[in-house]
Design a protein around this ligand. Structure first.
Ligand code: AP5
Length: 223
């Protein structure tokens, strides 16, 4: 099964992808996480991406598509993936369709997590991320048991450099301009399911599970 989690920065895509990963036993493929690993390791790809990420702009399509294509070709993605943060442009969506078609697959469902702008800013402003395992926390909505320490692995929590007030606003604007056209792209293909992301993390997870289960029932129904 291949899912595309769609939603603005701070909508909760990463938080939910982590949970769906365990339930569906397919990996989360986060383009943002892949970039951050490359930046931390100082690779050529990381150096190419860093200036775009720092200013809240999108990394060029060719770089991004190549990186995600390589990740999807890895063995753990053989049964599908939960795509988080990719695609972000119509060109990326078309490239994903082609990549999956080459593997005899297709996008099965696109849960679109909707959240108001002021909520997005509040979530991004309070986010803490584990430097070691990438687990995501919020100082109010999902606090760690010990301040500054990851519950999962004991790693150090940090605030992402692209979570400054100015870059947050820019990322949301970029999303509105460049990524929101994907809503129509996937709606026209009958794949989009809107999920109200203003609810608690557990409630959003339950709605996502219901959407996936309903899609599975519909696709296995052969009259
Ligand atoms: P990326 O890492 O993908 O960032 P993003 O899309 O901006 O999304 P975020 O990770 O900020 O938010 P999220 O929706 O995952 O929310 P989260 O679960 O963390 O991309 C970073 C950059 O990389 C981009 O700006 C771009 O430069 C580049 N890039 C990446 N992909 C690219 C692509 N395809 N093409 C080109 N460039 C690309 O939650 C946020 C906070 O809210 C957390 O603190 C969480 O605990 C909390 N929270 C979550 N859900 C809830 C809830 N229901 N209630 C209360 N709190 C909640």
């Amino acid at each position: 099964m291949d899912l595309v989690l769609l939603g603005a920065p701070g909508a909760g895509k990463g938080t939910q992808a982590e949970r769906l990963e365990q339930w569906l036993a397919i990996p989360q493929v986060s383009s943002g996480d892949l970039f951050r690993v490359n930046i931390a390791e100082g690779t050529a790809l990381g150096r190419a991406a860093q200036s775009y990420i720092d200013r809240g702009a999108l990394v060029p399509d060719d770089v991004t598509i190549g990186m995600v294509a390589e990740r999807l070709a890895e063995a753990d993605c053989a049964d599908g993936a939960i795509l988080d943060g990719f695609p972000r442009t119509v060109a990326q969506a078309k490239a994903l369709d082609e990549l999956l078609a080459e593997m005899g697959r297709q996008v099965d469902l696109v849960p679109y997590v909707t959240v108001a702008r002021e909520t997005l800013l509040e979530r991004l402003g309070g986010r803490w991320t584990c430097r070691a395992c990438g687990a995501v926390y919020h100082q109010v909505y999902r606090p760690p048991e010990v301040t500054g320490v990851c519950d999962v692995c004991g790693g150090e929590l940090y605030q992402r450099p692209d979570d400054t007030a100015e870059t947050q606003a820019r990322r949301i604007d970029v999303y509105m301009q460049e990524t929101s056209p994907l809503i129509a792209y996937y709606r026209e293909r009958g794949l989009l399911v809107e999920i109200d992301g203003e609810r608690s993390i557990d409630e959003v997870e339950a709605a996502l599970r219901a959407a996936v289960s309903s899609m599975e029932r519909a696709s296995s129904y052969c009259p």
